[in-house]
Design a protein around this ligand. Sequence first.
Ligand code: AMP
Length: 395
Amino acid sequence: MKTLADINFEDKKAVIRVDFNVPLNDEFQVTDTTRIEAAKPTIIHILEAGGSCILMSHLGRPSGRQEEFSLRHIVDTASDILGVNVKFVNDCIGAEAEAAAADLKPGEILLLENLRFHAEEKSGDAEFAKALAGLGDIYVNDAFGTAHRAHASTAVIAQYFPELKCFGNLLAKEIESVDKVLNNSEKPVTAILGGAKVSSKITIIENILDKVDHLIIGGGMTFTFIKAQGGSIGESLVEDDKMELALEILKQAEAKGVAVHLPSDVLAADGFANDAQTQICPIDAIPDQWMGLDAGPSTREAFANVIAQSKTILWNGPVGVFEMESFANGTISLGNAIVDATENGAFSLVGGGDSVAAAKQFGLAKGMSYVSTGGGAMLEMLEGKTLPGVAAILD
Ligand code: AMP
């Protein structure tokens, strides 16, 4: 895997795909700087190595040139965070961009205007990619959030840098973390899959069954398994057309020697509301009109015990409706168990959607070994797919 350390950046211009798709408020101020901060180590590495940085990113979903999606809005914030005055050019290709890139000196940073002002970015147009490539000497991809897209700046551009291309620090870290969980893992390996639906996790389950020792299933998708086994689940979330698949997964897991842990009890509610009446019931005896919305106390304890014995932990998906305070405690207790295991030496990766939001919201993120920055991209990696943005660098 080619990383920043493998390339000499001295007096070179690096064209870097970053993910500066940050949220803006009504006054076009950046309201969350996480993504800019995440790109900083790569940018600083290149500047300190004597190179200059040409940053390219998308922002939002513009159709054509729309000023509210201009990356101009983030220049001041990026300058503050990076500690360097970031220059800006009004278009990402064309004469103005070429002149600004040509003028760039070592130690300087140039930010190009929103790539998606050109439809050619998303269509993966080769000529557009070539024009972007012409701006610099080296290509660096550090945008994990878009690495699963075969866009001009994330994948197609790499062919114009047969030797001089590499992963930035952030992208390298994401790839290494998944590798550490799925391929080079210390046993026992435990995957915790929660969230709403079996259907959105099935490819992940199929991919990880060969790699894990324990599979913890929680959250809304539990009920498809429980109903398939003949349990009463009341009004809980269920995918009737996935019940056979659920039984098939359990059979496959058994054949592969994977211990599957389903919840034994549940915090049920008489409505999908924070102030609903609640009761704890066995997972397979939920009364009619009631729905399971969080893991019950025995389940929390059982899950925590499995986690405590694990050396490698993957967490994808909350085990309850954590957005409502009344049903967040199962997810918090699970997160705390992962933090404890991590303190005791386990490697933990949280990735792929709402578990990242939960880990951040409940202050658990700092206690995890790695928290992924890309939802869709992480899901595809866990599904065993090679992302176009990754493949393009490896080629
Ligand atoms: P996902 O994006 O598939 O990880 O699903 C996350 C969503 O699953 C969150 O919005 C949770 O509120 C939801 N969820 C978790 N447990 C349950 C449950 N028991 N019933 C309904 N939704 C749930």
